[in-house]
Design a protein around this ligand. Structure first.
Ligand code: SAH
Ligand code: DHB
Ligand code: MG
Length: 233
């Protein structure tokens, strides 16, 4: 018998996929265990999503990656493992406690040489990076607070070249993005759905990118990734 509930089924299928196609990586498993023990919220991408991001980075031949939203460094480690030895990944996290957990996990995974964790609100740290002359990055993974996705997209473009791959996590939120209440200021989701909707509108109107989004189901429910290629600057 297959599990009846959709969520149980999606979780079981993720288990099947991971068992067959992902080789076990103690550092990645430990990163999740350490993050959980430290009380971080269980909102990292799933293992097969991590592998997808890693494959995209490899397909793209990425040498430099910018990540917004580090949490415990789980997605960071997946992405860092796609980089060559002289590659570079900068990951941005506003919570200093999460950043410390991430640094320890990144170090245990043996990728500290290619990863830099910067602490602060990304709407401050990204402009700082830009002012320092950082970038352009080959790939940018946007996964911090959803309310600020519109601003993150604008800054991502400032740190892009033609050919930069921009990925946004959580762009479906179990369908919340099409909830008609999302644009009502009294709708109590902290502006998440409105932020993500504005992100779509900007992508749609943006002549510098070609974009799509793909829905995902799995152990973390129903959500999705936006994928945008910078085609002109
Ligand atoms: N990329 C991680 C998950 C990130 S969860 C993974 O898949 O493993 C989102 C993260 O964004 C949280 O750690 C949260 O603290 C961080 N965040 C929230 N608001 C932020 C902001 N304004 N600037 C930077 N990071 C922020
Ligand atoms: C949640 C999930 C995420 O992937 C994220 O980046 C932030 C929050 C969540 O489920 O709340
Ligand atoms: Mg996310």
């Amino acid at each position: 018998m297959l599990p009846a509930m959709n969520q149980d089924l999606w979780t079981a299928v993720d288990g099947y996929i991971n068992e067959h196609l992902l080789t076990s990586d103690t550092a990645l498993d430990e990163a999740l265990a350490v993050s959980e023990a430290a009380g971080l919220p269980p909102i990292a991408i799933t293992p097969n999503q991590g592998k997808l991001l890693q494959l995209l980075a490899r397909i793209h031949g990425a040498h430099s990656i910018l990540e917004l939203g580090t949490l415990g460094g789980y997605s960071t480690i997946w992405l860092a493992r796609a980089l060559p030895q002289d590659g570079q990944l900068i990951t941005l996290e506003c919570d200093p406690r999460y950043a410390e957990v991430a640094r320890a996990n990144i170090s245990s995974a043996g990728v500290a040489d290619v990863v830099q964790v910067r602490v602060g609100p990304a709407l401050q740290t990204v402009p700082e990076l830009h002012a320092e002359g950082a970038g352009p990055f080959d790939m940018i993974f946007i996964d911090a607070d959803k309310q600020n996705y519109p601003g993150y997209l604008e800054w991502a473009l400032e740190l892009s070249r033609v050919g930069t791959l921009i990925i946004g996590d959580n762009v479906v939120r179990a369908g919340a993005i099409i909830d008609p209440r999302a644009d009502d200021p009294s709708f109590d989701d902290g502006g998440v759905a409105a932020g993500v909707r504005r992100f779509y509108e900007l992508l749609a109107a943006e002549p510098r990118v070609s974009a799509t989004a793909i829905q995902t189901v799995g152990a973390k429910g129903h959500d999705g990734f936006a994928v945008a290629l910078v085609t002109a600057l």
